[in-house]
Ligand binder design. Structure first.
Ligand code: OAD
Length: 251
């Protein structure tokens, strides 16, 4: 067996034997579905300025521009489908007694694939939230007809996502840290490990005794906390690591 094969075999055995698995995903898992990443070669933050589009100040300054950008992303995402990587995580969830999928992605593709125990820590692009009274609702219109207004108080609605400079809901973060404390295996997939708090999850899980597995195109800051890293496309690696189970489409 070559080194690559041995690493694969080890990762597969560890995952097979785990009773409690937590997975963290980032933009890389949706890349093969056609959703752009943020920091790669064609990453969104190469062509767009986060401070003009993804901050509360940007929205106060120019809500039209921010909504224009989100309308563009909503259209793009509406034309995509989950890929084999997303579907493998559905199979993984169904095969484990304890499982949590923590995603930084706002595209909703994990739920569309069929994942159930999903923590969308950066929100969801298909929700809108009132900028005054905080009431949140689903809105799947592509494009939105004009600037969306809150049906309760008539103030401007904003995308239901977390922007730079904003904190994540504390109840969500404490649920994630609890899951990290209890898991046997923590697997991080397709994230650059640059944005906190998600960037701290691998180290946290390792401290609690979990086996840390990384799947990514290239090494990241998470690699030094990983017991094992597999480099390549998530849509190719995950189906090889996770046996398909009946009822889950293969993509
Ligand atoms: P990034 O764009 O920072 O990183 C994507 C990672 O996925 C990189 O390390 C790539 O090498 C890897 N990658 C790309 N294609 C892949 C593939 N097919 N298979 C496996 N890996 C692949 O995205 P995130 O880490 O998700 O925040 O970024 C974190 C946060 O930064 C996002 O949630 C967003 C952004 O600003 C908010 O919007 C709040």
């Amino acid at each position: 067996m070559g080194i690559e094969e041995r690493l694969f075999h080890k990762a597969k055995t560890v995952l097979d034997q785990a009773d409690n698995v937590v997975v963290l995903t980032g933009a890389g898992i949706s890349a093969e579905s056609g959703v752009p990443t943020f920091r790669g070669e064609d990453g969104l933050w190469r062509s767009y300025k986060a401070e003009e589009l993804a901050t509360p100040e940007a929205f106060r300054r120019n809500p039209e521009l921010v909504w224009e950008w989100y309308n563009w992303r909503r259209r793009l995402i509406s034309e995509t489908e989950p890929n084999a990587g997303h579907l493998s995580l559905v199979a993984l969830e169904r095969s484990k007694r304890h499982f949590a999928l923590v995603t930084q992605n706002v595209d909703g593709l994990h739920r569309k694939a069929g994942s159930l125990r999903v923590f969308e820590i950066h929100g969801n692009i298909w929700t809108v939230r009132c900028s005054r009274c905080d009431i949140e609702m689903e809105n799947n219109d592509v494009p939105l007809s004009g600037l969306p207004l809150c049906p309760a108080c008539n103030a401007l609605q904003r995308p239901g996502v977390v922007w730079f400079g904003e904190t994540l809901p504390p109840y969500l973060i404490s649920a994630v840290f609890k899951a990290l404390e209890c898991c046997d295996v923590f697997m991080t997939v397709g994230t650059s490990g640059m944005v906190y708090p998600a960037a701290s999850f691998a180290a946290e899980a390792r401290r609690s005794g979990a086996f840390v597995l990384e799947v990514n195109l290239e090494p990241t800051p998470n690699s030094r906390h990983a017991d094992l890293s597999l480099f390549g496309k998530a849509g190719e690696i995950l189906p090889k690591l996770i046996p398909n189970i009946s009822g889950v489409p293969t993509g």
